[in-house]
Design a protein around this ligand. Structure first.
Ligand SMILES: [Zn+2]
Length: 495
């Protein structure tokens, strides 16, 4: 009696990309079953199935295979059929051991359909097997599953199809077409915000901190929301454990060209040998498909943010110039009056070039308590007027103040002289002590008053400047925070 075991395996990678591979569990089963039922002897056998889903060929932990090999040891299985040898084992030394030693010893017939291998056809003697084996192994590699996957993916990618398992933060797989990326409206603004923060001169760490402070949802948490479970928990174990933003996550976003609508592929491949180590390719080998999907940030913003990151890496002390891409000179200073979080000024493109700037509180939006905030131009105008009325001083005004100050210094000189004179009068008995004390006090009061005014003018001159336009420098010089609501500016905190 033939006790036949069918072994079926599908890896994590394949599981994610089921639509691009014909090697689903079902299709493996169908191929094997039709092979069995085409064989008069095999079709009479007892058939049992052993399945490993989500395990790679190179991992040692494969419960289905373990169970099968136990049955072999117990003598309960005497024939094994797989579609490809690589489904069974990836490590050819181990595979060879089974084929050359273990299976013949246990009297197990082994069939790998696509490899054209059937152990019952083998002549069990020295050199012949050796040659047979070499051919087999060459064949084995050329059929290697990861190569097949890579080829299939490359073809799909050349057609501009998104085939990597997980879309970047800010994108979703189109439910209509799994190959297509669509913008994830719920978090796309966060991506723009990250680029904005970098362009405003925040470091990766600062940016991560701001995102955490504002409760911005992370990529992992967003995936969990979409999928309803934490897909990273099993797949990436320790590497993407963070549910908070860290510098590396921010960098990965800023470095990802996908946000400009460009699809880059062939950046890396998984090694076909041992454990699928990732091989990174030089940039010259990358292939780009432009306008592959809807961009989230402008190319110019992407370039600017990456230029900043690069120059920062080169020179930590690099002093930030004012960026021409900054959305508003007020952008870093405005807070929501309701919740206190930083107000976002995010640029949106309209048909490529036309841009408008949206002013909104992300936090209130998430709580569905969003107010329609004033237009950024109105805010800028109001702040400009306020600064001008408080701090602007023109040249004649400045001269007038300086002249007034000089006059006060002169007055105090006169008062000092008068004080000395009165003191002499008192000493020589010309006036009484009481009279002298009274005069002296009067003089000193006047002196004090003049000194105060002199100091006030100093303050005014120090603070004032010519405020001709609203720049980030000007705002930074005078303002700490601006609180706004739907009604407009609620209050300004000055430096
Ligand atoms: Zn708010």
């Amino acid at each position: 009696m033939i006790n036949l075991a069918i072994y079926l395996r599908i890896s994590v990678l394949e599981k994610e990309n089921l639509s691009h591979t014909d090697d689903t569990i079902n299709s493996q089963r169908n191929i094997i079953k039709s092979f069995i039922f085409g064989d008069p002897e095999l079709k009479k056998a007892n058939i049992e199935e052993y399945i490993d889903e989500g395990y790679s060929g190179s991992t040692t932990s494969r419960p289905g295979l373990d169970k099968l090999l136990l049955k072999v040891k117990q003598g309960k299985v005497n024939c094994i059929i797989v579609k490809d040898m690589s489904r069974f084992m990836r490590n050819y030394i181990e595979m060879g051991d089974y084929l050359e030693n273990i299976f013949p010893f246990m009297g197990v017939r082994f069939i790998a359909i696509n490899d054209g291998y059937d152990s019952s056809n083998e002549v069990q003697n020295g050199t012949e097997l050796d040659i047979q084996f070499k051919n087999l192994l060459n064949d084995y590699y050329s059929r290697d599953i990861s190569e097949k996957m890579t080829t299939a993916l490359l073809v799909a990618k050349k057609q501009g199809k998104y085939t990597s398992g997980v879309p970047p933060y800010g994108y979703l797989k189109d439910p209509e077409d799994n190959y297509k990326l669509i913008v994830d409206g719920k978090v796309a603004d966060n991506v723009r915000y990250i680029f904005q923060l970098i362009i405003e001169g925040h470091s990766l760490n600062e940016t991560a901190k701001i995102l955490n402070n504002e409760g911005v949802i992370t990529a992992r948490a967003r995936r969990k929301e979409i999928k309803g479970y934490d897909s990273y928990a099993t797949r990436h174990e320790s590497t993407v454990e963070q549910t908070i933003w860290v510098a590396g996550m921010v960098r990965r976003i800023v470095n990802n060209e996908a946000y400009t609508g460009t699809f880059v592929f062939n950046k890396s491949t998984k090694s076909k040998l041992d454990g699928g180590k990732v091989i990174h390719h030089p940039e010259k080998d990358w292939v780009r498909v432009y306008d592959n999907h809807e961009p989230i940030v402008d190319k110019e913003i992407y370039d600017e943010a990456n230029r900043i990151l690069k120059s920062r890496k080169k020179n930590i002390k690099f002093k930030w110039g004012k960026s021409k891409y900054e959305n508003s000179p007020l952008a870093s200073f405005v807070r929501c009056n309701k919740c206190g979080y930083k107000i976002r000024f995010s640029k949106s493109t309209n048909g490529g070039k036309l841009t408008s700037i949206n002013v909104y509180c992300h936090h209130c939006r998430m709580l569905e308590q969003e107010e329609k905030l004033p237009h950024h131009k109105d805010l800028e105008r109001e702040v400009f007027e306020d600064l001008k009325s408080k701090f602007h001083i023109d040249k004649t005004e400045k001269e007038k103040l300086l002249a007034e100050q000089k006059e006060l210094y002169d007055k105090n000189d006169q008062l000092l002289k008068k004080k000395r004179l009165e003191f002499e009068n008192y000493k020589f008995g010309k006036i009484s002590r009481e009279d002298f004390m009274e005069i002296k006090n009067q003089i000193q009061d006047s002196e004090e008053e003049n000194k105060k005014r002199i100091q006030a003018i100093d303050e005014e001159l120090k603070q004032a400047g010519s405020i001709d336009s609203l720049t980030k420098d000007i705002v930074e010089k005078y303002i700490d925070r601006i609180y706004i609501s739907g009604k407009g500016i609620e209050r300004i905190e000055y430096q």
